[in-house]
Design a protein around this ligand. Sequence first.
Ligand SMILES: Cc1ncc(COP(=O)(O)O)c(C=O)c1O
Length: 397
Amino acid sequence: MKLAERVNRIKPSPTFAAAAKAATMRAKGIEVISLAQGEPDFDTPENIKEAAYKAIREGITKYTPAAGFPDLKDAIIQKFKNDNGLTYDRSQVFASAGAKLIIYNLAQALFGAGDEVIIPAPYWVSYTDIVLLMDATPVVIPTSEKQGFKISVDQLKLAITSRTKAIIINSPCNPTGATYTADELKALAEILLQKKILIIADDIYEKFVYDGTVFTSIASLGKEIQDQTVVVNGVSKTYSMTGWRIGYAAGSAEIIAAMDKIQTQNVSNPVSFCQKAAVEALLGPQDSVQKMIAEFDRRRRYIVDRLNAMEMIRCSMPKGAFYAFPNVTGLFGKKWGEKQISNSSDVTDFLLEDAKVAVVAGSGFGDDNYVRFAYANSMKNIEKGMDQIQEALKKLK
Ligand SMILES: Cc1ncc(COP(=O)(O)O)c(C=O)c1O
């Protein structure tokens, strides 16, 4: 069968691929510690599960409005008001089966051949491929660790052309944890407003900030900026609900209506009873979130310290999200048995096969000098994983 050309344009999600490799090894009886997927290891809080059980018992198991039940829309509106000081009405909010499908539907609604979308690197693995699936062109702005993995105004200006349609800003960033300050966002927004470039703000890690870092949603920096921004968020990370598949967006009524129309032709609606659980997540008690953040913070400091204690690896302290993104170029050129390590995929192969720790190569995030460790695993497993890596590194020549 000749597959459509677009299939060859993209790669499978590297995070899913890494998790699948680990699962294959486990199926063979090999014990693998996975620090690959960006999935909190905590259970979904009980009150949220209860809301889903209740919804199922009440028969909320049918199709729903495409963009979500009115009470979910109201909960999303409330969340934006409480957390970000943003005001929207029901025509401006939208729910889908995860933030990934939000971004996909948004891209379907906006991008086509000839459009350019600016994506600062390192970036979340799916942005570039989703843009490519729409026949549009990702324009990647590389950033360095020295600049805190954040783009500068000058870099932004240089990347803009007459074809630039949008920029995706992900702060806190997966994989670097880089978190833009309000002033940095303001400076970028000024240019984006001037050039009428749509801002897609992926705020999914907004709650995961550390060391007194303050999260600012770019949309909250003024009415004009809000009007030119689509905010993307979801319950997957904040409430440990990755499997429930509920993401949401807020933006102009025109764009939201276009996404709604598209959704009627793909997933139809986010899962009915998961929507009720998401209402409870957004409006119910938030103490589980605080507990999760405190535990992530503890692990963050531990994993970064351990990585920095390893010869050949250096890792800066991330300010947000739940990933460590160490530079692994110290391993390049080293020999492991007959094999030579020459890029980030070789490093992840070595760590998986020798140390039995699954992590994700930086190449998938647009920077081959790094690998991503998700500290979304128990402290015990992280400790064990670090011990195993330390031992494995001794074998390199
Ligand atoms: C930056 C970023 N955006 C969006 C998503 C998608 O999240 P969801 O589970 O809601 O589809 C992820 C998941 O890893 C992510 O890291």
